[in-house]
Design a binder for this molecule. Structure first.
Ligand SMILES: C[S@@+](CC[C@H](N)C(=O)[O-])C[C@H]1O[C@@H](n2cnc3c(N)ncnc32)[C@H](O)[C@@H]1O
Length: 260
């Protein structure tokens, strides 16, 4: 684990504070968290810039396989890609109600899921968003039925407010600081339609741990993070010994309480 910075210390203190407040009142937490996300806007932009550089370098060095654990090697990419799809798609199909038409693949990388997502939502509209222009270039070259964007201001514009029936996030948030997780969860909650589906697969562990590049967090942490969604674990799989939890939930309908 890398040494913690003062900023990270504050992040821990603030998220502990948010947890206590939430137990007292869901409404108070909502207010507190939106102020917290606002206060971290600038640092979120800086972190996105940093992540864009990290993923540019990774994409230029390893191409499309950079989205997997590099230990799979060039020869293991196809098999691991197919294995992950076979582990994820049945749960996604089960979570869909058949009426969905719009899907966001947040952190889509080279778009290895985006084309299939388009088919799963009745060929309505699929949008892939990623911070890496190099990976988006690969995605645009291999998936022709989706719109790929890398501009955060476009994703957060009115155009996509409550636009998506489904938002899919597959091993993306593990690369974020707590502050960027909070900011991202706030954004995604506003992009999802009421009663829309959030489908998440992230590395999880009983206690928070990480290596500076990737962080494993408890399932309860994700449930707390996406409190507008009733998130539940539907399955788990292992990637080179690391646990990945598949979590799904639907955003609460307008007017329902944010308390769990
Ligand atoms: C482990 S890869 C997974 C990619 C894709 N979901 C998949 O499974 O093939 C993580 C992805 O998150 C993207 N990413 C990193 N920071 C991001 C951010 N702030 N916003 C959106 N995407 C981001 C990276 O560029 C990378 O494509």
């Amino acid at each position: 684990m890398p040494a913690q910075t003062v900023d990270e210390d504050w992040t821990i203190v603030l998220s502990a504070f948010a947890t206590v407040i939430r137990r007292m009142s869901g409404q108070v937490l909502k207010l507190e968290t939106s102020r917290y996300a606002e206060a971290h806007m600038d640092s979120a932009d800086a972190e996105r810039d940093r992540l864009a550089k990290v993923w540019r370098q990774r994409a230029q060095q390893y191409g499309e396989r950079c989205v997997l654990n590099l230990a799979h090697g060039p020869e293991g990419y196809r098999a691991e890609d197919a294995r992950q799809k076979s582990l994820v798609y049945p749960w996604l199909r089960q979570a869909l109600n058949g009426k969905e038409q719009t899907v966001l693949d947040f952190g889509c990388g080279a778009g290895r899921f985006t084309g299939d997502l388009f088919a799963l939502v009745n060929r309505g509209a699929a949008v892939g968003f990623d911070v890496s222009e190099d990976l988006l270039t690969i995605a645009r070259g291999s998936v022709d039925r989706a719109t790929f964007i890398g501009d955060y201001s476009v994703l957060s514009s009115d155009q996509y407010a409550e636009y998506f029936d489904v938002i899919v996030v597959l091993t993306v948030i593990g690369g974020f600081s707590d502050a960027l997780c909070v900011e991202t969860a706030s954004l995604l909650a506003t992009r999802l339609k009421p009663e829309g589906l959030l489908f998440l697969a992230e590395n999880t562990a009983e206690d928070i741990r990480g290596n500076g590049f990737w962080t494993l967090r408890p399932v309860s942490w994700y449930q707390e993070l996406f409190r507008e969604v009733d998130l539940n674990v539907v399955s788990k799989y292992w990637d080179l010994g690391a646990e990945v939890s598949i979590m799904t939930g639907r955003k609460k309908a307008i007017g329902s309480s944010t308390t769990r």
